[in-house]
Design a protein around this ligand. Sequence first.
Ligand code: TXA
Ligand code: MG
Length: 355
Amino acid sequence: QTEVIQIDPIRPDPAIIARAAELLRSGELVVFPTETVYGLGANALQADAVEKIFAAKGRPYSDPLIAHIADEHDLEQVAIDIPPIARDLARTFWPGPLTLILPADPHIPRMVTAGLATVAVRMPRHPVALALIRAAGLPIAAPSANRFMHVSPTTAQHVLSDLSGRVPLILDGGPCAVGVESTILDLCSDVPTILRPGGISLEALRAQLPAVQAPVRRVPNGEDSHDEQQAQKSPGQMLIHYAPAVPSFLIEGSGATMRATMLAEVQRRQAQGERVGVLIADEDLATFQQSGAQIYTLGRADEPEQIATHLFAGLRILEESGVQVILCRSFSEQGLGLAIRDRLLKATGGKIFPA
Ligand code: TXA
Ligand code: MG
């Protein structure tokens, strides 16, 4: 009973938008494309609409949601005591993949904020998302439109494979351009701190706000942050957030050494009779082409935008290919590379090779 409607990602048909907006106003869920990943939207001002999000995803109520707006002035609908720096950052990076943590308006349902005194807000830049939020005339609460613990969806097909029968409507605007979720910046802590690296790089934020604190470094095996407070501030950021359907490892190192390590591990596992998948870059292709491994190539390693765009699709394709283990190459941490490493660590559950 899930309807999928194709929609032009650049000039969305107003009749389709009107229908989807009407569903949102009546308290229903609508899946829509954003520039980062697909979102599972509900009226952010209506607690029982928001509750349906958690039911559809199987997500615990302790994990707060992002409120999506379509106009900077709508900030006042969800946040209070908005600091000037929030407006400056919004002017530079909105619409776009930056989420700001601000003091919550007390009228925002606890279902959205998980009872925190803060709220996450962003203005997406995808024309379908903007048109939908405007037509609904509401802030839209939306997490990524995947089942809890799964990789975020970057196509309508990904959404359907996770949420078929659990949502009435999916707007299919094609693949998402950015491919990793928004950067979450906490403006309520003493020092502005990145809680989740994402589509806006640390370097870009620092150019405007030099004090920005880099995200807490994740270390292997789930013990990423012994800092309880940090874990509670952004519950979804714990390393256990994704559970890879297939055991996966992040191969450390770079260049020819990394490739040699990875190939040796592929061959060792194949010798034990295992079917192995590799998530690699263009320059690794020659090394693995004859290896017998299932291959997914993400693009050029020195173009993190390309890698990010294809990352989640690659993980899903390898997961579904019937391999018993996935080995992922690592990338430089510059620019979007920081978000790419973060998602690879989540997807591998923090398992790094060699350990
Ligand atoms: O790109 C994105 O951000 C996508 C698209 C759909 O906009 N959305 C997304 O939502 O990734 P979600 O729910 O999958 O991730 C939002 C994260 C959660 O991990 C949550 O812990 C964090 O934002 N978050 C939400 N409200 C927060 C708050 N008040 N303080 C700290 N973290 C918060
Ligand atoms: Mg998510």
